[in-house]
Design a protein around this ligand. Structure first.
Ligand code: ATP
Length: 256
């Protein structure tokens, strides 16, 4: 595999992502309460929990789409602060895939996958296109490189969004409910792509309620409620014997 296509996290000391006692407010509303979490390099952490429990906010804080107000967040050993230079560096290290794909509708699939490479990574067009095609092949959709997002199914658009993120060579991938906007028949193709990424050793934090996926790839499942991490464990342990009553109720609705 060439250097540009490497998916394995870069070497540095400590966990890929660390949160220590993180608090976040939206105005007067406290959305995260003392959240602490270590995500080791190469691990796959699945975050689940009821609507409004702060799952999206937590991962949006990791790539600084949202700012936290108290506590510490570090990515690859670099603390997230107000200093823009550091934040740019972190954005480059962290890829994000959203529920609603967020592709540019007026650009082709190939252009969607080369835009940030050219403007942020300053790669020449030919190199950016070669990298984009390699990742479109990896997500099994190279034949759509000339299509516009509106001509693709939801599952295909989400696979393009994953390829687009990978083109930036992130060492960590964040997924925010990547399958929840998809028709059921398209969920599998996206989950299969994510399973392959996990098999390649990518560090992943996934907000999802796809418990089959969690069981298959997660190193740890984290259960959140009301802005707190209520409990966390290996998927089989958490699913078979949740220790908290709220986790029990949530999982029994989800798994049955
Ligand atoms: N930009 C914002 N301004 C104010 N409040 C917000 C904002 N974003 C989220 N919230 C509130 O913060 C809380 C947590 O939202 P968040 O989206 O992180 O939860 P979630 O667990 O991801 O929910 P869901 O599963 O429904 O996506 C909710 O009460 C939400 O209404």
């Amino acid at each position: 595999m060439s250097r540009n296509l490497s998916l394995v996290g870069r070497a540095s000391e400590g966990p890929a992502v660390r949160l220590v006692e993180v608090d976040k407010w939206y105005g007067h509303f406290q959305v995260l309460h003392g959240v602490s979490l270590d995500v080791p390099r190469g691990s796959r952490v699945v975050i689940c929990g009821p609507s409004g429990s702060g799952k999206s906010t937590l991962i949006r804080c990791v790539n600084r789409l949202e700012a936290h107000q108290r506590g510490l967040i570090s990515v690859n050993g670099v603390e997230l602060t107000e200093q823009t230079g550091r934040i740019d560096r972190i954005r480059g290290d962290v890829g994000m895939v959203f529920q609603h794909f967020n592709l540019f509708p007026h650009l082709t699939v190939l252009e969607n996958c080369t835009l940030a490479q050219r403007w942020v990574r300053k790669r020449p067009r030919q190199e950016a296109e070669a990298i984009a095609m390699a990742f479109l092949e990896r997500v099994k959709i190279p034949e759509k490189s000339g299509s516009y997002p509106g001509q693709l199914s939801g599952g295909q658009q989400q696979r393009v969004a994953i390829a687009r993120a990978l083109c930036m060579n992130p060492s960590i991938m964040l997924f925010d409910e990547p399958t929840s906007a998809l028709d059921p028949e398209m969920v599998k193709e996206v989950l299969d792509t994510m399973v392959r990424l996990a098999d390649d050793g990518m560090t992943m934090i996934c907000v999802t309620h796809e418990m089959g996926f969690a069981r298959q790839v997660a190193s740890e499942v984290v259960f959140m409620d009301e802005g707190k991490i209520i409990e966390r464990n290996a998927p089989d342990t958490l699913f078979s014997s949740p220790s908290h009553e709220r986790t029990k109720r949530f999982l029994s609705n989800l798994l049955h």
